[in-house]
Design a protein around this ligand. Structure first.
Ligand code: ADP
Ligand code: MG
Length: 417
């Protein structure tokens, strides 16, 4: 499928304004009242409804109408559209066309895309809302502190984090995809010409591959990082050279994390287990946490439990550890600190991490009705936890490949991507 990303005429100027208004309204209303949409878009009544009707037809927004509510919510389709539009409107468009989907994770869609020269790349769409937020809602403490725990917000956070880490790793010469662009819940990166380790049935020299992977884990740790999901799905083997490329970074943690040792050992054990099962290979040696700590004369304090809650803006304080440890930083690479200082700070990381921990044990679908939101005032910043915590049912329904492809094609057709 070759679609032209620069031709956006299928969404009119009014429709785009209205869609943007729904997005803005979504920041504190899961269901945005029609009146607020009209106000935010600055478009008169009749035309707003017409635009909303068109957008709803293409599933870019979803209408919610019941006794309590008459409004719209942004769908993943709408958010996808906005992100794709951003990419296609960059001075040097990072995405010009989108093709087939090559992967679907619990919390992402992976699509092949291309730039204007037809150079292939990967578009990763983070989809954290597939897991019910209603289930999280029962944990009042959690949401009480994080009213912004919506699917849209969390997916964006996840994409931002992935991009920040990929960029830092790339800049320091780690074998990761080339980070190209990020907007909303999406990351654009280079396409790795290879296979996930999982697809390798036979290995000529498992001992060599094993030690290269273990070295990678240690090399990361010496730069202050633990992948956190270092498994056969997130390790790619280059087709031409057999070299290793690491992907998938939303769960990456700092070696200063309170559970760093646990995550480190889990990554190591993941590899050991895979090699045992797949290649019947077992080594007598594997890296330990002690190996990581060795040589860390100037060890940094662990991340404090009660870091201030942030609202997304990073404070100056985030950058301090770098200054404090500049002596160490010169001696030893600290990518974790670099990322913190570069805008994806501890508070944001913690927020995402808490979400990830929360959803681990939750059911993956939710069939309750969603409309139990409290009445909301326009622009009200407080008391919106309920609205934001409700599940976007469309988005959490059991996944169906055929439906997805049809919807995606229609969506792209709509923006002529
Ligand atoms: P998830 O978070 O859903 O696990 P991943 O980033 O691990 O998403 O991607 C899922 C799958 O998509 C990978 O296992 C891999 O097969 C494929 N994939 C992801 N990124 C790339 C890439 N840059 N190049 C080639 N394949 C990729
Ligand atoms: Mg993965």
């Amino acid at each position: 499928m070759k679609l032209d990303a620069t031709d956006l005429r299928y969404v009119t100027a009014d429709e785009f304004r209205v869609l943007s208004a729904v997005e803005i309204g979504s920041k504190n209303h899961e269901i945005v009242p029609s009146s607020l949409i009209a106000e935010l878009s600055g478009i008169r009544g009749g035309n707003v409804n017409k635009a909303l009707g068109e957008l709803a037809k293409r599933s870019l927004v979803g209408r919610v109408q019941n006794a309590k509510y008459d409004g719209y919510r942004l769908t993943y389709g709408g958010l996808d559209y906005l992100a794709l539009r951003t990419f296609s409107r960059r001075k040097l468009p990072s995405i010009h066309s989108v093709g087939t989907r090559i992967g679907v994770g619990k919390e992402s869609d992976i699509l092949i895309a291309a730039d204007e020269n037809g150079e292939k790349r990967i578009l990763k769409m983070h989809r954290l809302g597939r897991v019910s937020f209603r289930a999280i809602k029962s944990k009042r403490d959690y949401l009480g502190k994080r009213r912004s725990a919506s699917w849209m917000y969390m997916s964006r956070l996840s994409a931002q984090k992935e991009f920040a880490f990929m960029k830092a790793l790339y800049e320091h010469g780690f074998p990761v995809p080339v980070p190209i662009d990020q907007a909303r819940h999406c990351v654009v990166m280079s396409l790795i010409d290879g296979y996930p380790l999982r697809a390798i049935e036979e290995c000529e020299d498992p001992a060599d591959l094993y030690s290269r992977l273990m070295e990678m884990i240690v090399r990361l740790a010496h730069a202050g990082l633990i992948h956190g999901d270092f498994n056969e799905f997130n390790i790619m083997i280059l087709r031409k050279t057999g070299e290793v490329v690491v992907i998938d970074f939303p769960q990456m943690v700092s070696t200063r994390h309170e559970n760093a040792e646990f995550f480190f050992n889990r990554d190591v054990n993941c590899i050991r287990r895979f090699f045992r099962r797949r290649f019947r290979f077992e080594s007598q040696s594997w890296p330990t946490w002690k190996d990581v700590l060795e040589g860390e004369e100037d060890e940094l304090p662990a991340i404090s439990e009660d870091a201030e809650e942030g609202e997304g803006e990073e404070t100056k304080a985030e950058a301090e550890p770098i200054a404090e440890s500049s002596k160490t930083a010169q001696k030893r690479l600290r990518i974790d600190l670099e990322v913190e200082a570069s805008g994806f700070g501890r508070n944001l990381q913690r927020e995402l991490e808490d979400y990830m921990i929360e959803v681990q044990d939750l059911p993956s679908s939710d069939d309750e009705d969603e409309e139990d939101d409290e009445d909301e005032e326009d622009g009200d910043e407080e008391g919106d936890e309920e609205a934001e915590a409700t599940t976007n049912n469309d988005e959490t329904a059991p996944f169906d490949e055929a439906t997805f492809q049809a919807e995606m094609s229609a969506r792209l057709e709509a923006i002529r991507l």
